[in-house]
Design a protein around this ligand. Structure first.
Ligand code: HPA
Length: 274
């Protein structure tokens, strides 16, 4: 644990040396959604590979860049591209961006991802507000000795996604005249996608969408005491009785198409954020 702390300290010292920005907001973007920060007034940007100890992302659709600047007037750090368990990263590496945000002082996290729809009311291209999640990865970034400087041993998970932020996102969507779905996100390890029987299971246990990211980072962010807003772009809809093959190309294409809308929504949300 001490070693990990030291890595985070060195990474945050590197960023502080290059930029005086003290972010209160952190944004972590998923597959094809790295453009969410297009409207950012960027003051400093750097490839992940140049930051000491930073893991390097390997999956296509992820940019692997960190931006520091202002988003709608809020000092922010944006991570374009994340690390997945299925790439072989340790949960601790997956949550490196969250620990770095924490070290830089961010108090609010906006996390986005691409997800497969399970709720039959969803259509590809829909945006879903994450109201809760189910961690089915079999992993947890808090396993091991707890560092009380980072958070408590047994973080409460009764209210992970901040209802106030969710309400403000709903209002932002209303102002734009856009529908916003909401539901429960099930996080799996992957990389194989779901069988029809698994999709039936996920629907039965109350999931509205399924994906291969987010839950590790969100658990670390809860541990860090952050307020969390989660948004999923529904890239495909899984129907167990009419299974259709899903491909990464299609998932990225739909996510790319939805990215400008997601960016507008986040912009609108931030304009009214207290
Ligand atoms: N399953 C898992 N992850 C996903 C999917 C899916 O159908 N779509 C986008 N990410």
């Amino acid at each position: 644990m001490g070693e990990q702390k030291q890595r985070i300290d060195e990474a945050s010292a590197f960023l502080r040396k290059h930029s005086a920005i003290q972010p209160t907001l952190g944004l972590l973007t998923g597959t094809g959604l790295g453009g969410c920060a297009e409207s950012m007034a960027v003051e400093y940007e750097v490839d992940y590979g140049a930051i000491p100890h930073f893991p390097v992302s390997t999956v296509s659709g992820h940019r692997g860049r960190l931006l520091l600047g202002h988003l709608q007037g809020q000092a922010a750090v944006v991570f374009q591209g994340r690390f997945h368990l299925y790439e072989g990263y340790h949960p601790w590496e997956v949550v490196f961006p969250i620990r770095l945000m924490q070290a830089l002082g961010a108090r609010t996290l906006i996390v986005t991802n691409a997800a497969g729809g399970l709720n039959p009311a969803f259509k590809p291209g829909d945006i879903m507000l994450i109201k809760d999640h189910i961690n089915l990865t079999g992993e947890n970034p808090l396993v091991g000795p707890n560092d009380p400087d980072w958070g408590v041993r047994f973080p409460d998970m009764s209210c992970v996604y901040d209802p106030k932020l969710a309400g403000q996102a709903q209002k932002a969507a209303s102002r734009l005249g856009w529908p916003l779905q909401n539901g429960v996100y099930a996080g799996l390890k992957g990389p194989s996608l779901e069988t029809p029987a698994e999709i039936r299971f996920l629907k039965t246990i109350g999931a509205d969408a399924v994906g291969l990211s987010t839950v590790q980072e969100v658990i670390a962010a809860v541990h860090a005491g952050m307020r969390i807003l989660g948004l999923s772009v529904i890239t495909n809809v899984n129907q167990p009785d009419r299974p259709v093959p899903a491909t990464l190309e299609e998932i990225i294409a739909v996510a790319d198409q939805a990215a400008p809308r997601l960016a507008r929504l986040i912009q609108q949300f931030l304009e009214h954020l207290e």
